[in-house]
Design a protein around this ligand. Structure first.
Ligand SMILES: O=C(O)CCC(=O)C(=O)O
Ligand SMILES: [Fe+2]
Length: 271
């Protein structure tokens, strides 16, 4: 069964009954549908803070991500990565292999929570040092168009971009241990990036709009900022709305960050 984008959106937006989570055998992972409505940032983006506990984060990092042989890591200049689940090709997933337990519990939970209609079968782990990032890109057509990213070890900011001409569309703060979900227009018609900066500054003005900036200094409206609003610095940059000078109200310092992006890739040659 192949779901259209309309079906996916209808599923994600359908009223959900909240089933009392029953403790499951993996620590803080719980089963049962989740009500996404409180976590909605836009029609097609959701951010769930504290998706996992500190204990589980520590376990996933030490017993999972950092418990792999060096040969499992691909070291790039701007980040390091691990790929799990098989090879993503134009035709779908090839050389499929089961996800290891530390990722499978996460895939199972996303399925149990009815976030994914299929159990995710592919995971991409990125490790970024402060100042590292990933350039604006799309993830391509091989994946089922719903992205779930667990953000571990550090806060970061996800930038979404309009494609032509390229310009910042909006940004989402990703707190440590949060889960970001997105689909639809951001998936098909936008680029996304993590800027290669050592910290993300939050700016505001008397309009009450918050901004982050790209590594080239372009302003990007941040949609989910809830931190302090007392200015700590002035920025010689104009608010595009009220033309006042923007003031810095927060700086989100990056530490080593691990993102785990879990997805579903249809199998190659599947009927
Ligand atoms: O690290 C992230 O949050 C995003 C990673 C990403 O976009 C990718 O690997 O395709
Ligand atoms: Fe991506």
């Amino acid at each position: 069964m192949k779901l259209s984008l309309k079906d996916i959106k209808a599923k994600l937006n359908a009223p959900r009954k909240i089933i009392k989570p029953a403790p499951e055998k993996f620590d803080n992972f719980v089963v049962g549908e989740i009500n996404l409505e409180p976590y909605r940032v836009t029609d097609e983006v959701w951010l769930i803070p504290d998706y996992i506990s500190e204990e589980l984060e520590e376990k996933i990092l030490n017993n999972g991500v950092y418990h792999q042989p060096e040969s499992k890591w691909v070291r790039l200049r701007t980040r390091s990565l691990q790929l799990w689940g098989g090879d993503v090709t134009e035709d779908g997933l090839q050389n499929q292999e089961p996800l290891p337990k530390f990722l499978d519990i996460f895939a199972q939970r996303l399925f149990d929570e009815r976030i994914f209609p299929y159990k995710p079968n592919h995971a991409l782990i990125n490790e970024y040092q402060p100042g590292q990032g990933i350039m604006p890109h799309t993830d391509g057509p091989a994946y089922y168009p719903l992205v779930a990213t667990l953000c571990l070890g550090s806060v970061a900011v996800s930038q979404f971009w309009n494609m032509e001409p390229r310009s910042p569309a909006f940004s989402i703060i990703l707190p440590q241990r949060s889960l970001l979900l997105w689909t639809g227009n951001p998936y098909y018609n936008m680029l996304h990036s993590i800027e290669d900066v050592p910290s993300d500054y939050i700016f505001t003005d008397s309009c009450g709009v918050f901004y982050t900036q790209t590594s080239a200094g372009e302003l990007s409206r941040v949609l989910n900022y809830t931190g302090p609003t007392v200015p700590i610095d002035e920025l010689i940059k104009e608010c595009p709305i009220c033309k006042e000078d923007l003031k810095v109200v927060n700086s989100l310092y990056r530490e080593t960050r691990i993102s785990i992006t879990i997805r579903y890739v249809p199998l190659a040659n599947r009927e």
